[in-house]
Write a protein that binds this ligand. Structure first.
Ligand code: ADP
Length: 228
């Protein structure tokens, strides 16, 4: 069984059939095995973020189904989707979205707050956050605020926040889009290393051909369909 299966996904913004309706995804089918890495590339506005948001249960398709670990997301309530997102899926966006008043350590622990954790579990979460921060080279920045970080450091903290609940699927939407060349390459290398070492499934939407070419499979999104 694949980890993720998209079957004939369509997404139309606006009322279908009206002149203002915009069909962005037009019958996308895809199977993703656990531990795979893939990139979706294509020009701005072609629907890459829309597709990623549907995969990550942040948005629902107009038609078609998304099956994650054998579960059809269309059948789930919003609360159940929130729960799946929190436990199974990590997100990294172009902007880091770290909360300015919180330290790096506090920021990366935010996804754990949704769950009722015991004191012992909170300690485990903190230990895990510290270990991950160490792994991405931010151990000595953990008590800094986001404004005291470089762009690359902030994005690495966002990666740790995405991984804190040990997801099996990491989704990244233009993760290097706000970084300069060298920093972008380093972040790409970090994502690949985490994917390889932790057998994490990695789906990246990107403009960067360099980053896309490091994935096992690269798809072009064109006219609402995926082409390999
Ligand atoms: P990409 O990520 O490839 O840049 P997006 O998925 O963000 O593309 O957007 C695809 C198209 O859908 C764009 O034309 C965009 O304007 C439109 N779009 C995205 N979100 C909405 C929305 N909530 N309502 C209406 N149109 C939208």
């Amino acid at each position: 069984m694949p980890q993720l299966e998209l079957d004939s996904i369509c997404k139309t913004y606006g009322q279908p059939g009206t002149p203002t309706a915009l069909t962005v995804l037009n019958g996308i089918s895809l199977r993703v095995e656990a531990g795979a890495s893939l990139a979706v590339v294509g020009p701005s506005g072609c629907g890459k973020s829309t597709l990623l948001n549907i995969i990550g249960a942040l948005d629902r398709p107009t038609d078609g189904s998304t099956i994650l670990d054998g579960e059809d997301l269309a059948t789930l309530s919003d609360d159940a989707l929130t729960n799946i997102r929190n436990r199974k899926i990590g997100f990294v966006f172009q902007q880091h979205y770290l909360l300015p008043p919180c330290t790096v350590l506090e920021n990366v622990l935010i996804p754990t707050l949704a769950e009722n954790r015991t004191r012992a579990e909170r300690k485990t979460d903190t230990d895990r956050a510290e270990a991950l921060l160490e792994r991405v080279g931010l151990a000595d920045r953990r008590h800094h605020r986001p404004s005291q970080l470089s762009g690359g450091e902030a994005q690495r903290a966002a990666v740790v926040r995405a991984l804190i609940n040990q997801p099996s699927l990491l989704l990244a939407d233009e993760p290097t889009g706000s970084l300069d060349g060298t920093t972008a390459s380093a972040l790409g290398d970090l994502l690949i290393e985490l994917h390889t070492a932790d057998k994490l499934t990695l789906i990246i939407v990107t403009h960067s051909r360099e980053l896309a070419d490091q994935m096992n499979t690269v798809y072009q999104l064109r006219n609402g369909q995926l082409q390999s």
